[in-house]
Design a protein around this ligand. Structure first.
Ligand code: KIV
Ligand code: ZN
Length: 522
């Protein structure tokens, strides 16, 4: 049997802390549930001391998660560690992940300490964490730019203090595969006791090498990889979960290791993240991009039709892309729809299911064929978007080549007992007029910075998805969020995306009593 590589998912921590990817507690809970379906071994649920919101989300995930380890991040000080423990203590299987920098540049300029002080702090932090839980992970931050002897000394010291996993981060995405391989090999050869713990790696993608570096580390003996769905994370992101998992699976003979990921859940997980954050992946993104399994060239199409393996090194169904084209329509029964949802990995019940059907019927009335992609979008709309303050209940657009566009919008405000207000506005086109109407109703001064439109399925009756970036100055700081909206009508999708962004701004404003996460980070 080959060795197992543990998948440590940090989408909800390293991923979520990057600009544009923040999620509220409910969204984090939904996403954590999906990570469990995917079969990750460890979920790093957040950085509990960073904010009250982070603490609450980590705690809720820890209290409900089953069959997965829950990690909370903590700097190497007692306050952070105690708070992290407070958040995760009810988890079935809790882990404290503590870290401090090991590179001279960080030690001298950022921490303003000496190597000796940092070493002592690391040891004390691990001992503190160990009092709470047997599972303690330690990361020497900026390991790849650290002095090797000092790094080895620190790793050995934290192992002696009780660390059970030592994670080697390439914090600034600086290393290259051969060098990282040598570093892991060096540590295995020079650190006493390293054979008794799991070596983990955590790579950033600044040079586009995060996955390659993680694979090199596996070849050198690392047995845990820290990664994120769609590769999101600080700056250029982290090792992409889908890429590392499928590289291990596709080239299993070469690596002689395996993961326990249910790969059919990869695409549904990627899509869920896209729906929650409103940030789509580039079409040519490996594994989960829209074109990852699309063959355009005639020679390739011919080969694939004769034998898929001619040009496909992975089967689309292995990553959760269904082969079926036509799925459902206006006459499909409830059963068929529920069956299809189950096949796609969604088990809705109660209110969520009813709301889903309302959306489904509305779409089926105007669109002949409903594809899996449409269903996923409806799930996003019916389940994940229902909890914001504002809800658009009607849009009416009047426009023409020679008449000035005018849009009427009706909005329900959940903070005013569901009171509905409508208003009309003009603008440069239906969307612009609609957004002006929304601003009149909500009093918002938010501005759209970018507007992107994609057609989800083919044909002139395709569902359209609009993603907007919206900015607002609030209490002397600039808040920036993404919003997305889906509708068969481009203008309506645009208006929905703007209102989705307003809901996220409302949420951010509520959280703002606490410090912005970025400030609380190192
Ligand atoms: O990139 C990094 O070094 C980190 C640590 C907290 C592991 O995210
Ligand atoms: Zn990181």
């Amino acid at each position: 049997m080959s060795d197992k590589v543990y998948i440590f998912d940090t989408t909800l921590r390293d991923g979520e802390q990057s600009p544009g990817f923040s999620m509220n507690t409910n969204e984090k809970l939904h996403f954590a549930n999906q990570l469990m379906k995917l079969g990750v071994d460890i979920i790093e649920a957040g950085f509990p001391i960073a904010s009250k919101g982070d603490f609450e989300a980590v705690q809720k995930i820890a209290n409900t998660a089953k069959g997965v380890q829950i990690a909370g991040l903590a700097r190497a000080n007692f306050d952070d560690i105690d708070t992290a423990w407070d958040a995760i203590k009810n988890a079935e299987n809790p882990r404290i992940h503590t870290f401090i920098s090991s590179s001279d540049i960080h030690i001298e300029y950022q921490l303003k300490k000496t190597r000796e002080q940092v070493l002592e702090q690391a040891v004390e932090a691990v001992k503190r964490a160990k009092k709470y839980t047997s599972s303690v992970e330690f990361s020497p931050m900026d390991a790849t730019r650290s002095n090797r002897e000092f790094l080895a000394q620190m790793v050995e010291a934290v192992i002696n203090a009780g660390a059970t996993t030592v994670n080697i981060p390439d914090t600034v995405g600086y290393t290259i595969p051969s060098e990282f391989y040598e570093l892991i090999k060096y540590l295995r050869e020079h650190v006493r006791g390293i054979e008794n713990i799991i070596i983990s790696v955590h790579c950033h993608n600044d040079l586009g090498l995060a996955v390659a570096n993680s694979l090199a580390a596996i070849q050198a003996g690392a047995r845990q990889v820290e990664c994120t769905v769609n590769g999101i994370g600080e700056r250029a992101g982290n090792t992409s979960m889908e890429e590392i998992v499928m590289a291990i699976k596709t080239r299993s003979n070469l690596f002689n290791v395996h993961t326990d990921i249910r790969t059919q859940q990869i695409v549904p997980t990627s899509k869920l993240l896209t729906h929650i954050t409103g940030v789509t992946v580039q079409p040519n993104k490996a594994i989960v991009g829209a074109n990852a399994f699309a063959h355009e060239s005639g020679i390739h199409q011919d080969g694939v039709l004769k034998n898929a393996m001619t040009y496909e090194i992975m089967r689309p169904e292995d990553v959760g892309i269904s082969k079926s084209t036509l799925v459902l329509g206006k006459h499909s029964g409830r059963h068929a729809v529920i069956d299809r949802l189950k096949y796609l990995g969604y088990e809705l019940a109660g209110e969520e299911l009813e709301r889903f059907f309302k959306y489904f019927k509305a779409l089926a009335d105007v669109k002949k064929e409903i594809f899996d992609e449409d269903l996923e979008v409806l799930i996003g709309e019916a389940v994940y978007k229902e909890k914001g303050r504002f809800k658009v209940t009607n849009v009416q657009i009047s426009t023409g080549m020679y008449s000035p566009p005018m849009t009427l919008v009706t909005i329900k405000d959940r903070e005013k007992d569901g009171e509905e207000t409508f208003d009309v506005a003009h603008g440069n086109g239906g969307v612009d007029a609609g957004i002006n109407a929304v601003k009149k109703i909500t009093g918002s001064s938010a501005k759209i910075e970018s507007f992107n439109l994609v057609a989800i399925t083919g044909g002139s009756d395709a569902l359209c998805e609009v993603t907007v970036t919206v900015k607002e100055n609030w209490n002397g700081r600039e808040l920036k969020v993404f919003g997305n909206g889906v509708n068969i009508d481009i203008s309506v999708a645009g208006i929905l995306s703007f209102v989705d962004a307003l809901n996220k701004l409302e949420y951010r404003k509520k959280l703002n009593g606490m410090k912005e996460k970025a400030e609380a980070m190192l």
